[in-house]
Design a protein around this ligand. Structure first.
Ligand code: BG6
Length: 298
């Protein structure tokens, strides 16, 4: 950890690509709800040509498994020239982002085995959770979560989920055999995880997959739902459990084949996969695993 001398920022700008961008979307909530720091998340290739107005005391956080992605490096270059502080969250010690950022955090996910990022995503979220706790502690804020205890519990839950290979294989077979397009729908954090689920599936199976906010589906894309369209529905937040179930009902009435993945306590009979309940802020660490495995078996 190299955070010595890091001032508490008034606003955080997360910059990343692909799966790392999706980890950024989850991290925004961690930084805002644990460290109370307003956070924006930007796609590096967009930021390069369209820099937003930068507020007072910003911190730029670059999330990148490799630490070498050209778009993220391009933004780092640009931001450094403007004199703003930068932090790299990367898996590769000695990578360009690692070397060139002012501050660095290593994700320690182990070497990359394939381009489709899985363990890097969860490690990035875990490290961002620890950063959020650090920034909360420095400000004397009480954390809403006993982070170290929770992360230990979650790692056990993740190990158990990874063993559910037969279930993932059966779901992939049942819902995706012969299919060319599908949807992943969720709300709030589940929406962020759905974006990652859809990216994983299209990246490795070449099945067209769209991640959508459950409430947005009716504003156009529902027209694409036809008889047998697979729709993966993620439900982990009690605040929106009813709403997303009614979104699932809407698509089912148009013929969709819905595969519901719900956290225990919010599950209904007939759901395809019931996830263990963990702290709501950290649920993406477990809820992404079924999607990763389903993509693998698809
Ligand atoms: C893409 C990969 O090219 O780069 C994605 O296909 C990855 O899997 C993205 O998430 C960003 O990579 P990195 O190394 O900056 O996290």
């Amino acid at each position: 950890i190299h955070l010595v001398g890091l001032d508490i920022p008034k606003r955080v700008y997360i910059v990343a690509c692909g799966t790392s961008y999706h980890a950024g979307l989850v991290s925004k909530r961690l930084l805002e709800q644990i460290a109370h720091i307003p956070t924006e998340v930007h796609i590096a290739s967009e930021f390069l040509y369209d820099q937003p107005l930068i507020g007072d005391k910003p911190l730029f956080i670059f999330i990148s498994q490799s630490g070498e992605t050209a778009d993220s490096r391009g933004v780092l270059d640009k931001i450094k020239k403007q004199g703003y502080p930068t932090l790299a969250v990367t898996n590769v010690q000695g990578s360009t982002l690692y070397r060139e950022a002012d501050f660095k955090l290593l994700t320690h996910a182990g070497p990359e085995i394939a381009v489709a990022s899985t363990k890097a995503y969860t490690a990035q979220i875990a490290v961002m959770a620890l950063l959020a706790i650090h920034l909360a502690n420095v400000q004397g804020l009480q954390s809403p979560v006993d982070m170290f205890r929770e992360l230990r519990t979650i790692s056990t839950a993740m190990e158990a989920l990874i063993e559910k290979k037969a279930l993932a294989r059966q779901i992939a077979h049942e819902y995706l055999t012969g299919k060319h397009s599908c949807f992943f729908i969720g709300r709030l954090q589940d929406y962020a995880v759905c974006l990652e689920g859809a990216l994983k599936l299209k990246e490795i199976s070449y099945i067209q997959a769209e991640g959508y906010a459950g409430g947005e589906l009716k504003h156009g894309p529902i027209a694409l739902i036809e008889e047998g369209t697979p729709v993966f529905v993620l439900i982990t937040d009690s605040r929106i459990a009813k709403n997303i179930r009614s979104n699932a009902e809407e698509v089912r009435s148009r013929g969709a084949n819905t595969c519901i993945i719900a956290v225990e306590g919010l599950d209904h009979q007939g759901d395809a996969w019931v996830l263990p309940r963990v702290h709501p802020l950290l649920t993406p660490l477990v809820s992404v695993i079924p999607f990763q495995l389903i993509a693998y078996y698809a």
